[in-house]
Design a protein around this ligand. Sequence first.
Ligand code: UTP
Length: 286
Amino acid sequence: MIDTVVFPVAGLGTRFLPATKAIPKEMLPVVDKPLIQYGVEEAVAAGATRLVFVTGRTKNAIADHFDMAFELETELEQRGKHELLEVARQTVPDGVECLYVRQRQALGLGHAVRCARSLVSGEAFGLILPDDLIDNGGDGVLAQLVRHHEQTGASVISVEEVPREKTSSYGVVDVESFTGRSGRICGMVEKPEPAEAPSNLAIVGRYVLDARIFELLEETRPDQRGEIQITDAIASLLQERPVDAYRFEGRHYDCGSKLGFLQATVDLGRKHPELGGEFSAWLENQ
Ligand code: UTP
């Protein structure tokens, strides 16, 4: 079982300025829930009981979201708004622990993960990048990865096919061959030009990683932009231990980009239990 999931939420979110001047992009809401809440629900559905948030300068918004909101809850209770009170209370279920660690400088995703080291036990752990929103009618993607990890003992990374001309926006994996949804990774490159890309299988932000990754991250040197990349550390991990790619079931939205964020908003808005019908009808008349 994977009990700990790490959420790096300390990026600068420059593509969303000025919205991200005072709040992290992971607090931007898609319809009525912030991105981070979708990620947390996916982690809990995969069996996680310890959530580790690697926060930056806008730490408070995340910590407050998962904390008790005393004044708000008292007010809702006095007004008899019991359903809303539950919504406000259940941002994280009882029995799930939230822990926070600070990344003092945004030195890359690998560096952010390294900051979580002291809060992760020696076991494999989950890693969710909440700006990759994955909509899925059934099993969340992390649960799919955890199941594969339990069956094989391998570290697992979620991947999806992207158009070749877009490989330079992603970490890209080289896979020996696939059996069903999974295949052993034999190489990986961060943001390769299409001509140099080993495949068109791009990494999406869900991982189950062997805790050995923390030692490898200590040895990983920054790239030309001064950032420590998780991809470089995983490239070292797969020299020592099995790492599998997993083609997940679900629709991925890159909510770190404005276009992906809008697409997620429209699609999830159409499906929303309260307003989906009205919103879809309105869209059709535009
Ligand atoms: P991105 O690559 O999307 O970077 O980070 P960013 O800074 O958040 O956004 P832009 O590109 O400036 O608009 C991917 C994930 O890694 C986290 C982010 O919070 C996001 O979840 N991250 C990135 C960190 O926690 N620390 C970092 O130093 C970099």
